[in-house]
Design a protein around this ligand. Sequence first.
Ligand code: NAI
Length: 339
Amino acid sequence: MSIPITLIPGDGIGPGITDATVRILEAAGADIAWDRKLAGMAAVAVHDDPMPDETLESISRTHLALKGPLETPVGSGYRSVNVALRKEFDLYANVRPAKSVTPGRRRYDNVDLVLVRENTEGLYVGVEHYIKIGDDPHAAAESVAIITRAGSERIHRYAFEYAVKHGRRKVTIVHKANILKFSQGLFLDVGRDVAKQYDGRIEVEEKIVDAMAMSLVMRPEAFDVIVTTNLFGDILSDQISGLVGGLGLAPGANIGAKAAIFEAVHGTAPDIATKGVANPGALLLAACMMLDHLGDHARATRIRDAMYATIREGKTLTGDLGGTATTDEFTSAIIARLR
Ligand code: NAI
């Protein structure tokens, strides 16, 4: 029976790379019933809302979405799409893999790691205020970082379960508990407790975030799965994309209690939006993460292998990968290599 999945083509290059991804999944035999829904500027034009209720309802039904990049409408009055999705579906884990692929265009040869970022707590909860001192109402500002035992427990558990399911050997817990003894201390303590339950199966390592930033540059091949809090995860996830050559091949997943949403990390690329030359690779890798999430590892691996082989051969590449191929030509080259 077909698997129902919400498909949000998005804005700019979104529809083009979404079509390419759907073509490749179909050629690989994935049996998916796509429920196409609007979001972003495409939805503003029709519904005057960048995240219409019918799109949210579709995801509530399917529990799964593949999402193209969305243009964020400038100006107030529109709800933030990402905030709406995160709240509606309690998307607590942001998962970002980084793998060396493109010869000559990446910094390192042997990077193959996955960062799991806690996505709902920490310094990004938005609890902030100014403090008036004397006549100055903005003399100081205070932001509160909130870490809960329950939030820490579920993100650590997700990271360790991810490691088990994907045959990974190690989880590195990244923290700053030496200074932030309460909030980061709680995150680390819970991580240690969860790690005990995987003793003998998954190796565990602890790293202070500043040392981690250096180690990621000095010897990124030493890391496997990384789990950390919201702010550190935000920064380190872009750092790991940089290690392997930028955002062109960077996928991401937002995993929640009620749904999982898969997308490319890059945006709508307005500079090339109408030219048919965008690289669909990041969205395709996100779709492979979705297949993995569904337990269809064999198909995900076949598709990834076909794409990596196409890139390594170097004959049919989009402009960002150093070639002159169109989105369609790159897509057809991947399909031709599917086994
Ligand atoms: P961007 O990622 O769209 O573009 C940055 C540069 O990378 C551009 O030169 C672009 O041509 C290139 N690029 C990006 N994806 C590419 C691809 N698949 N193939 C080839 N080249 C690619 O970032 P920018 O310009 O800062 O943002 C543009 C719009 O995208 C904004 O409205 C922003 O809000 C939105 N955005 C949406 C995201 C999402 O929905 N997840 C994430 C990031 C930005």
